[in-house]
Design a protein. Structure first.
Length: 588
């Protein structure tokens, strides 16, 4: 059915004559067939958010409803893809019309001409239910794409064939319980605002290993968990998210650039195809999907980009993969919500954000989790959601930060003072927290006995240093007792030799969990043995003169194949050096 435009206000279009349309229906607006979505219905009057530039559109233009909600196409060909906020393939659009996106252009998200090698996993006559895997496609050298029965179908496989097919070709025919034959292709569609179903959700019990020492050791996030990275301008939010996308031990990465600067997406596009994935040995793009809706692109599509990304992530999760969704940044997404809310003349909440801001943020993060996927094989998959928050002026009391902190369980608070001091990652260890420590403790203790005890001891030293610094500012460090001076020295080693990492040094940009455990153990062994020496009368100056501190500083850059041997040797040298200091004190 069709209606007529009566009002245009930026991305908001009001149309009449759509009495049979529904909220969330996708519509085509005007002679250029602009893509829009119905937000509200009042009688036959519809409020529509248009995902493209509305310049030149005026009252009287025709509006045609498609009768379907905003959906994404799911199937082989998404990996290595670069999409905008409503899943239009930017690479294909560039090849068609050049570097500027023309309004009204319609290009399928999945290539309809490319052939994929399909290998069946079931035989004719097999009973299958929604979520069961009926075949596989080697989409990239690192990811085997699993073709699944759509969630709401069940029945017996009437026909299935192997060979080379496009995503729209029929690869199998399913005979349902009522005798209907349903053709199955390698492509599914799914509404972006509706979470994909699963059998059950589990509490997360395994950490997402990022290779960042302050994350993995002090504030870990679980696979299937949620985290926020808030911080002021220039504190390293985007670089931190890039590091998580590069190094996290997940199977698939979905990177959503919603409202951030175009040059930051350019960095991703330039780096990821060249960066070799340490887990697979292939370029990182082979397991990455990029959603690019930067600050100069339509604001309404920015709001949709979050849902597009999380739906793609859920699809790969349903195959049994572990997926990381990196959203940069949810503040820009919330600003898009605020702009559309203002144009709809809704009652504003705090700082002009809509009253439903917190519930929308919760809807996004609640789609993360470790789940048992649909199907009869009881496979498990996970979606881990990490969102950057860009509070104006670094003010964490603003609505987006506060609403996010009520939902997520890991908070990596970035500090501009650390960033200006060139301490990266600039995560403030006094403001950050992780609520997954208890659930992850069995995993750590099984593989690295004593890991959590070392983590707690390191945090205690860093917190004690913060208290002592107040005294040092008043009376100086020399007035402190030897044990307190040692606390300051150990905390400095923790900050400079353990927490600080250099992304431009290959060896230091990624740190294995075992390396982290051994390096932290060396620093705390040094602290423990030094306290024993002080108790036996060794002078603090003699301990400061030991070469061990410089040796630890160099130890974090030891090549991966050598660090176990080097750390064992350093532990023996540490004991020898402190024993020598004890003997020197006794001789004196």
């Amino acid at each position: 059915m069709s209606g007529k435009v009566v009002k245009v206000a930026g991305p908001l279009v009001v149309a009449e004559g759509l009495a049979d349309a529904n909220v969330s229906d996708v519509v085509r607006v005007g002679p250029r067939q602009l893509i829009g979505e119905i937000l509200n219905m009042t009688g036959d009057r519809a409020d529509i958010q248009v995902y493209e530039e509305t310049g030149g559109l005026g009252p009287g233009a025709e509006v045609v409803t498609t009768g379907a909600p905003l959906s994404v196409e799911l199937g082989p060909g998404m990996l290595e893809g670069i999409y905008d906020g409503i899943q239009r393939p930017l690479t294909e659009i560039r090849d068609l019309i050049g570097h500027s996106i023309a309004t009204g252009i319609s290009v399928p998200a999945l290539n309809r001409k490319k052939h994929w090698d399909f290998t069946p996993c079931v035989e004719r006559g097999a009973k299958v239910v929604g979520g069961d895997i009926i075949g596989t496609v080697p989409e990239t050298p690192t990811v085997l794409h699993k073709i699944m029965v759509p969630p709401k179908l069940r029945g017996a496989v009437a026909r299935i064939q192997s060979g080379s097919f496009t995503v729209t070709d029929t690869v199998a025919v399913l005979k349902t319980e009522d005798g209907e034959e349903v053709p199955l292709t390698m492509m599914q569609t799914w509404p972006v605002r509706l979470g994909r179903p699963y059998t059950r959700k589990y509490p997360p019990v395994a950490p997402l290993q990022s290779g960042q020492r302050i994350v993995d050791t002090l504030f870990p996030i679980a696979k299937g968990g949620t985290a926020a990275i808030p911080g002021p301008f220039g504190s390293g939010k985007t670089v931190m998210q890039h590091a998580l996308a590069k190094w996290s031990d997940v199977d698939i990465v979905v990177y959503i650039g919603c409202g951030e600067r175009g040059n930051e997406m350019t960095d991703v596009l330039n780096e990821f195809p060249e960066l070799i994935d340490p887990h697979t040995g292939y370029p990182l793009m082979k397991r990455t999907v990029l959603i690019a809706n930067t600050s100069d692109m339509p604001v309404a599509a920015r709001e949709a980009s979050i849902y597009t990304g999380i739906t793609i992530a859920e699809y790969f999760r349903d195959m049994g993969y572990h997926v990381a969704v990196i959203a940069d940044s949810t503040s820009r997404w919330a600003e898009a919500l605020r702009e559309m809310s203002g144009r709809l003349e809704e009652m504003p909440g705090e700082e002009g954000y809509p009253a439903y801001l917190a519930s929308r943020i919760a809807q996004f993060y609640e789609r993360a989790g470790m789940v048992e996927c649909l199907g009869t094989d009881s496979r498990q998959g996970s979606v881990t959601a990490v969102g950057a928050v860009s509070p104006p002026g670094g003010d964490l009391s603003e609505p987006v930060s506060q609403a996010t902190m009520r939902i997520v369980k890991v908070f990596w608070g970035l500090d501009s003072a650390l960033a200006y001091a060139r301490h990266f990652p600039a995560i403030n260890w006094l403001n950050s927290y992780s609520l997954y420590l208890d659930s992850l403790k069995p995993w750590y203790e099984e593989r690295f006995p004593g890991f959590m005890a070392n983590r707690d001891r390191a945090m205690a030293l860093l917190q004690e240093e913060a208290s002592l610094n107040e005294i040092v500012r008043l009376v100086g460090a020399d007035s402190l007792a030897p044990n307190e001076q040692l606390t300051l020295a150990t905390a400095k080693m923790l900050r400079e030799d353990f927490l600080q990492q250099n992304s431009f040094v290959d060896i230091d940009s990624y740190s294995e969990t075992e390396r982290q455990f051994l390096l932290l153990g060396l620093i705390l062994d040094c602290d423990r043995l030094s306290r024993e020496a002080i108790a036996q009368g060794v002078d603090m100056e003699a301990l400061r003169a030991l070469p061990f501190k410089a040796q630890i500083g160099r130890a974090k850059s030891v090549p991966a194949e050598e660090y176990q041997e080097v750390y064992t040797r350093l532990g023996a040298e540490l004991r020898a050096q402190i024993e020598h200091a004890k003997q020197g004190g006794e001789d004196a």
